[in-house]
Design a protein around this ligand. Structure first.
Ligand code: NAP
Length: 560
């Protein structure tokens, strides 16, 4: 009999979890407390309790080719960056295409998730849920938690002493919907996350003055990269990640810093981050609004009077309104604390998915990670892994190994991003998907692809790391993946080429790529020469005298 899996939440994680369960021969039931799919992408005019809330003007900050599910490209006429209503439309298309709605119980809130009395032997869970005032308990073989982590606004009173003195109004960004009520007012926006960036820019068009108060600063990048292409498609590439991992960290960090500050000098704009490896925020208008004086960047707030705020540098601003865009706390009110220990937003999960110390691996969390890249293909990959573990097709390593992994990755994270509550879930996107895809054998086999399909290999290694790459081989292989990769640029430029004067022939190979690959080959040749001349005569990174046929057959069995 198929194992029953409870999925909590029908947002972008929950939908992919349903699909993966079905594909893995499991029987999903998804509980969604609201009456529609989409999670945070389902905009409502008013804030609803226990649900994430977005403002009316939100557009994605990852491009459509990077952020789609791996076997379901977005319609080619969709814009490159999408309004939240378009994302919801895409999620509906996905749900309908894969027939997912039949598995969802709407208006059903999960109140409690407890281990079944036989948990130690069966790994089963009791799910207590409520629908229309009626409570009931149901038993499931496994649980996937997909309820998101942007429900609980973080606004610590000890960080803002004297706030009670302030007589103007103040809200958390969760409660911000539109700029209407801020016309002609002086507003302080606190924070430099994506919410703070978006809200301050939106307000700057109608408010009398906007102050942006930041304690640590932030890198700001534009959605648009060289040539007008989406920045994530130009930056998220396997070869750059490969080079980053080869270089000493300090050098890689320096290069990263150079790239981050290439758009404008952050120090001149008061935005230079204290922690220099911080994830950037994406905002196309913030620097120009600062240049126009509509936004003035300030250090952190130290105190409040009844009509003003006092900043760390001693300056004072009379203000009408304060918006705290200070982020969120992760919480799972339906789970016992000992199942998931939250420490200032940090969680001890193996690869951000599995609790380490459960006797049975029958509980998985999706989306509790912040990759420097798209979240949708990330949660989809997590769902593929979780459902394969539940079905028995994949196994978790021993507790000791998972502990060691967590310690090691914490150390790496600390070096790259720091362990502050805003950074604690951050990871490098490609490193992370590589890590998880290896768990289920869907990591693209680079050597094999280079030897059998150079055109595709070129795009996979030197082109944007689009989600389709995770469907080229292994379980869940999709026959459309190759075509989707080779046509990803066509879908990217299609929505903007609305006035075509001439067709420019596209070449899959260009001068810059030739130079990059030429330099790489030269570096490999130099290394080989050094190895051959070395005292042991043994080269540690290649097989001595291995023929190409040997490498080819190795490649088939050992993905890179
Ligand atoms: P966030 O990314 O967690 O940023 C919180 C900000 O508040 C940080 O700048 C942080 O400063 C600051 N902060 C926290 N505690 C503070 C304190 N005590 N005093 C002063 N400043 C404090 O939260 P968010 O911007 O709401 O974003 C939440 C998630 O939604 C993120 O993943 C974001 O990328 C996403 N998002 C996406 C979009 C979009 O796609 N367009 C728009 C909005 C949000 P430090 O950095 O100094 O810690």
């Amino acid at each position: 009999m198929s194992k029953r899996v409870a999925i909590i939440g029908a947002g972008c994680s929950g939908l992919s979890a349903i699909k993966c369960c079905v594909e893995e021969g499991l029987k999903p039931t998804c509980f969604e407390q609201s009456d529609g799919i989409g999670g945070l992408w389902r905009f409502t005019e008013t804030v609803e309790e226990d649900r994430a809330s977005i403002y009316k003007s939100v557009f994605t900050n990852t491009s459509k080719e990077m952020m789609c599910y791996s076997d379901f490209p977005m319609p080619e006429d969709f814009p490159v960056y999408l309004h939240h209503s378009k994302i919801l439309e895409y999620l509906h298309l996905y749900a309908e295409h894969f027939n997912l709605l039949q598995y969802i119980q709407f208006q059903t809130k999960v109140c409690n998730v407890k281990q079944h009395q036989d948990f130690a032997t069966t790994g089963k869970w009791n799910i207590e849920k409520e629908n229309g005032g009626k409570r009931g308990v149901d038993v499931f073989d496994a649980v996937i938690v997909c309820n998101g982590h942007y429900n609980d606004p973080y606004l610590p009173s000890d960080c803002f002493p004297g706030l009670e003195n302030f007589k103007g109004s103040h809200i958390h960004s969760r409660f911000y919907k539109t700029s209407d009520e801020y016309r002609g007012k002086t507003v302080v926006v606190v924070g430099t996350g994506n919410s703070a960036g978006d809200i301050s820019v939106e307000l700057s068009h109608i408010a009398k003055q906007v102050y942006l108060s930041t304690r640590h600063g932030s890198w700001v990048v534009s959605r648009i990269s060289r040539g007008g292409f989406p920045i994530d498609m130009t930056m998220s590439r396997r070869y750059t990640m490969w080079i980053k991992n080869l270089l000493p960290r300090m050098l890689a960090a320096k290069i990263n810093e150079k790239i981050m500050s290439s758009w404008f000098h952050h120090s001149n704009f008061g935005l230079e981050p204290k922690f220099r490896l911080k994830h950037p925020i994406v905002n196309d208008y913030l620097p120009s609004q600062i240049l126009q004086g509509s936004i003035v960047v300030k250090p952190k707030i130290t105190s409040f009077s009844d009509t003003s705020v006092i900043f760390e540098d001693g300056s004072v601003a009379d203000v009408d309104e304060i918006i705290f865009a200070t982020g969120y706390s992760t919480m799972y009110p339906f789970l016992d604390d000992d199942i998931i220990k939250l420490n200032n937003n940090d969680v001890s999960l193996y690869k951000y998915v599995f609790p380490i110390y459960l006797e049975k691996p029958t509980l998985a969390f999706l989306g509790l990670v912040q990759p420097l890249g798209p979240i949708m293909p990330t949660v989809e990959l997590q769902a593929r892994w979780a459902t394969r573990v539940f079905s028995g097709a994949a196994q978790l390593p021993s507790v000791k190994k998972m502990e060691n992994y967590c310690l090691k990755s914490k150390d790496i994270k600390n070096k790259w991003f720091g362990l502050g509550r805003t950074q604690v879930l951050q990871t490098h996107y490609i490193d992370y998907i590589n890590d998880v895809s290896k768990e289920i054998g869907v990591h693209p086999n680079m050597i094999f692809i280079f030897l059998t399909d150079p055109r595709l290999a070129w795009q996979v290694f030197f082109g944007p790391c689009t989600p389709y790459q995770l469907r080229l081989n292994g379980p869940g292989k999709w026959s459309g993946a190759r075509k989707a990769i080779l046509t990803q640029w066509e879908r990217t430029i299609k929505p903007t080429r609305t006035r075509v004067l001439h067709e420019c022939p596209e070449s899959w190979i260009n001068i810059r790529s030739v130079l990059v690959i030429g330099s790489l080959l030269a570096a490999i040749w130099l290394l080989r020469a050094r190895c051959n001349a070395g005292p042991s005569g043994h080269c540690p990174w290649t097989t001595n005298g291995a023929s190409w046929t040997k490498i080819f057959s190795m490649a088939r069995t050992n993905p890179m």
